[in-house]
Write a protein that binds this ligand. Structure first.
Ligand code: BES
Ligand code: ZN
Length: 587
């Protein structure tokens, strides 16, 4: 018996699922999916089969012939959920499981109409990465095992279903007042990429292979914001090879979506805060698009190798930005990444083992280990390799890496072996073991450099002039703010806000950085705006620093609890747990 993923009960000596058929009825009144899942095995199997579940109620399990399959459901582990142990009769090629999800399913957020921009219809969405697919469907929930799937979702007829898959049709049952939408996922995916949303949705075509979905009130603004997506795909294909997923659609989520973006294949999910009105945050789209190669084609074998997904994707994202906007802009992004990396390293000072690229996550919930370290340390590691071998050789290797492991799942050792064979000696030159298994970031890391970066850094510790900042992009503003010495003085904050109206800003990356500085300076004039952000947006990247700044100061700590009491119920379950943890630690 061998478990190769610390976050799955999967045993690699047992049958492997290669295909899933899922039929689910979506009930907003009880917040449950009532579903049937059929798992199709690579080859007929017999004996023990362990599946992952979380908060599922299992009703019946049958084999291909309709005979009952014996099963037991273990008590739940807090991080992993419950093992569902089946005993397959001889020569079983499929099992069918009838089950219900829990209203508290960690992969789902059920929104009241008031939590949507339309205000009339409810909304439901899934978020399965890293290990929440098991809260929607009983599966072998490890990225090592890819599946194709067919799904049908039955929903109230007023609503639309979107899935990270290919649409196969919609039928309406007038009498029942329901619609059933059918979907097929032809490309094999790791279970964490299973995704759907249900709501009042409209769409606009951006190009023959790109369509943007959003609530009707948002769709025009979203279409304008993301108008450049086809040129991003073209740039990415020139860098990384053909786009393998046919379509690249975008779904603008309700504001409680806990992430900036999620690379669900064929349908990227995006926080609505990316729709700023000036295209200043479209690098998030470049990032999720880049995952179409790094992450979705070449997938981490488990969360201990998460840097293979995110470090490579940040590298690929910045190459796309460089191709479209130039090396100067890409270096601004890299410099910002380095600042944010240093902040994350500081946050993990008491758990430095989580600042390694390769992690030991036995007994650790991947949601608790999540940070920017795999993103930015991974990025700087790849930059170090590029610097010693040169860009041409690095690009040739990267292409070969993507081709070799296409539709596969790999570990850090697989990456190391492939790189060593293609570019012998490069790993030794950058001292790869220090990057992979060492804490923090090596002093030899490449330092981003550009004229625009110098022009921003020149104002460190000063309030810049209006003329000097006239041409600054949101990235330059954020970088400037990151460089403001902490704690800032109240006088600096007032001078900055009077000159640049930062509190009224619409770009949340810049705004939240600014609000963090002002809170640290004890500037009470931003408190209403902080409340405003915390009650309207559920992206964890914004909740975390604002709550952290509020609880750090005895005078504003009660405010953190008060705003959470009002807004907490509207946060995504994972975001809510994160904020609860912050408030608890501060108490
Ligand atoms: N795949 C991640 C989001 C994620 C990671 C969800 C782990 C759940 C578990 C996505 O691609 C991502 O990295 N999003 C970033 C975007 C940013 C780096 C541009 C985010 O949400 O901030
Ligand atoms: Zn990512």
């Amino acid at each position: 018996m061998a478990r190769r993923d610390p976050h799955s009960y999967n045993d690699d000596t047992q049958a492997e699922t290669t295909r899933l058929t899922l039929d689910a009825h979506v009930d907003f009144a009880t917040r449950t999916l009532t579903a049937t899942a059929t798992l199709h095995f690579r080859a007929p199997a017999e004996g023990a089969l362990d599946l992952d579940t979380r908060d599922l109620t299992i009703e019946a399990i049958t084999d291909d012939a309709g005979r009952a399959v014996p099963w037991t459901l273990d008590t739940a582990d807090a991080a992993l959920g419950s093992r569902l142990a089946l005993t397959l009769p001889a020569r079983t090629s499929t099992v069918t499981i009838r089950y219900r999800t829990a209203p508290t399913a960690s992969a789902l957020q059920w929104l009241e109409p008031a939590q949507t921009s339309g205000g009339v219809q409810p909304f439901l969405f899934s978020q399965c990465q890293a290990i929440h697919a098991r809260a929607v469907v009983p599966v072998q929930d490890t990225p090592r095992l890819r599946i194709t799937y067919a799904a049908s979702l039955t929903v109230p007829a007023a609503l639309t279903v979107v899935m990270a898959a290919a649409h196969r049709g919609r039928t309406v049952d007038e009498a029942a007042g329901t619609a059933t939408e059918r979907w097929e996922m032809p490309q094999p995916i790791p279970p964490y990429l299973l995704a759907f949303a249900v709501g009042d949705l409209a769409s606009r075509d951006l190009s023959p292979r790109c369509r943007v979905w959003a609530e009707p009130a948002m769709v025009e603004a979203a279409a304008w914001e993301f108008a450049e997506v086809e040129s991003m795909i073209t740039a990415a294909e020139a860098l990384f090879g053909p786009y393998d997923w046919e379509r690249f659609d975008l779904l603008t989520m309700p504001p409680s979506f806990p992430y900036g973006g999620m690379e669900n294949p064929r349908l990227t999910f995006l926080t609505p805060t990316v729709v700023v009105g000036d295209r200043s945050l479209v690098a998030v789209v470049a990032h999720e698009l880049a995952h179409s190669w790094t992450g979705n084609l070449v997938t981490n074998a488990n969360a201990e190798h998460f840097w293979l997904n995110e470090g490579f994707t940040v590298y690929a994202e910045r190459r796309i930005v460089e191709a479209l906007e130039g090396a100067d802009v890409a270096s601004l992004h890299a410099a910002l990444g380095r600042r944010e990396l240093d902040e994350s390293l500081a946050r993990f000072a008491s758990r430095p083992e989580l600042t390694r690229l390769r992690l030991d996550l036995t007994g650790v919930d991947p949601d608790d280990a999540y940070s920017l370290v795999p993103y930015e340390k991974g990025y700087f590691f790849l930059c170090a390799i590029e610097a010693v071998v040169g860009r041409a050789a690095f690009d040739t290797w990267l292409r070969s890496y993507l081709t070799t492991f296409r539709f596969g799942a790999i570990t850090t050792d697989d990456f190391l072996a492939h790189l060593e064979a293609a570019l012998p000696g490069a790993l030794a030159k950058v001292d790869a073991p220090r990057w992979i298994d060492g804490d923090g970031i090596p002093a030899s890391a490449v330092a981003p450099a550009s004229a625009r970066l110098d022009a921003v850094e020149r104002w460190t510790g000063e309030v810049p002039t209006v003329e000097a900042t006239a041409g600054w992009s949101a990235t330059e503003w954020q970088l400037y703010l990151e460089l403001v010495p902490r704690p800032a003085t109240l006088a600096t904050c007032r001078a900055l806000d009077e000159r640049f109206a930062l509190t009224a800003g619409k770009n949340h990356d810049v705004l939240v950085t600014w609000l963090g500085i002002a809170l640290g300076a004890g500037d009470a004039s931003v408190l209403d705006r902080v409340d405003d952000v915390l009650t309207t947006v559920g992206r964890m990247k914004y909740l975390r620093p604002l709550y952290t700044a509020l609880v750090a100061e005895p005078r504003t700590r009660p405010r953190a609890h008060a705003v959470f009491a009002r807004a907490g119920a509207s946060y995504h379950p994972i975001a809510r747990a994160m904020v609860e943890g912050l408030l608890r630690d501060a108490a």
